[in-house]
Design a protein around this ligand. Structure first.
Ligand code: SAH
Ligand code: SF4
Length: 370
């Protein structure tokens, strides 16, 4: 992280920000309305520096910049896919790299953000997991991806970001210290509706309970991938710590908290977790917590020679689940040509590094599910 001792304005919740600014300006004998001015610059006009705050006297801009910093990530690369998906690689203050993805559809513009540089969970089907853990992001670095992406979308005719999903690099509920305030900042500060924000987790039970206890209706995506403990352990090492029965109890608490939607993410890997015998069990779990099921064709990664389930098998799962009373969707893979699809973030760079170091990682399996 940064050796810069100035507090980062982007990491503060609106309440803390107001407090810090009020103290700063009162110490300088400035009127109270200065606080509101700075708030507007940050939340409405997305100022990336105090120099932009032109309705503050110049001396105040300088003093503010000396007291606080605005640590927004800087775009290292931008890649645009044939289908309109855009991947940003962001460089943080200490040089750490994280990715975010903009996904336009006819009705929405969804931003997928990272919560950690790397991930320590080691899920066997995920490129980020294979890359290991680098460090936690701060709340400001999470929010900063939103600010910078929003500005980019605006300048490039993508329109307004309608939804945010914490489905980039990292496990958000293993970084609650930053993720919890980042939710508050996006919701209260930038006014992104709670129901338009989805936190995706592989099953960090204490984090699910903490989210359940919050008054806002943030959505939860639970990366299930297998409806049985034995099978799930092979895909998600965290299953050893928080096994399905405990996880389901936490989800019941989340569901019981009212008005909160749960989605099950189920990455379909051929011959691994797509046996039709699993469908009934999956339906049972989904019905217990009124979960919507998202079936995701596995995106091949360089570390395993797994393939996605066939389109027929995925359609069969979808049909059967529906017949069992479960709402289901098959998620379309987006941005594959720029490695922006689920689980592929950071994979590319690592493969390149491996090749450059004379340790050739296996070639990615050709994508046969388009
Ligand atoms: N750590 C969180 C959020 C980031 S992963 C989580 O696991 O939920 C975002 C989603 O991408 C998860 O549902 C994850 O299971 C899925 N995913 C990871 N690798 C994938 C792959 N190779 N193919 C398809 N989906 C994948
Ligand atoms: Fe981490 Fe999610 Fe990938 Fe698992 S699937 S390694 S939790 S990013």
């Amino acid at each position: 992280m940064s050796s810069d001792a100035r507090p980062d304005l982007l990491s503060m919740t609106p309440t803390d920000l107001r407090g810090a600014l009020a103290a700063h300006f009162s110490g300088r004998g400035q009127p109270r309305y200065r606080t509101g001015q700075v708030e507007r610059w940050l939340y409405e006009r997305l100022a990336a520096s105090t120099d932009e705050m032109t309705d503050l006297p110049e001396a105040e801009r300088t003093a503010l910049g000396r007291a606080f910093r605005i640590a927004e990530p800087v775009a290292q690369t931008v890649q645009r896919s044939a289908d309109g998906t855009v991947k940003h690689l962001w460089r943080l203050e200490d040089g750490a790299l994280v990715e975010s993805v903009l996904i336009p559809t006819s009705r929405r513009l969804t931003l997928c953000i990272s919560s950690q540089a790397g991930c320590a969970m080691g899920c066997t089907f995920c490129a980020t997991g294979w890359g290991g853990f680098d460090r936690q992001l701060t709340a400001g670095e999470i929010v900063g991806q939103y600010r910078a992406s929003r500005r980019w979308a605006d300048e490039n005719g993508y329109g307004a970001i309608s939804n945010i999903v914490y489905m980039g690099m990292g496990e958000p509920l293993a970084n609650r210290k930053a993720v919890m305030p980042s939710l508050t900042i996006l919701n209260e500060g930038y006014e992104v509706g709670a129901r338009r924000i989805t936190v995706s987790t592989v099953g960090v039970v204490p984090g699910i309970l903490e989210l359940a206890a919050r008054p806002e209706q943030f959505r939860l995506a639970l990366s299930l991938h297998a409806p049985e403990t034995e099978l799930r352990r092979q895909l998600v090492p965290l299953e050893k710590r928080h096994a399905l029965p405990e996880l389901m109890e936490a989800l019941e608490a989340f569901d019981a908290a009212g008005g909160k939607r749960i989605t099950f993410e189920y990455t379909m890997i051929r011959g691994v977790n797509d046996d039709p015998a699993l469908i009934a069990r999956l339906a049972e779990l989904a019905r217990r917590v009124q979960a919507f099921v998202n079936l995701i064709p596995f995106n091949p990664i360089p570390y395993r020679d797994w393939r996605p389930s066939t389109p027929e098998r995925i359609a069969h799962f979808a049909r059967e689940l529906e017949e069992m009373g479960v709402s289901v969707a098959v998620r379309e893979t987006r941005g594959r040509d720029i490695d922006a699809a689920c689980g592929q973030l950071r994979g590319h760079t690592l493969v390149q590094v491996a090749r450059a170091s004379g340790d050739p990682a296996p070639d990615p399996v050709p994508a046969d599910f388009a």
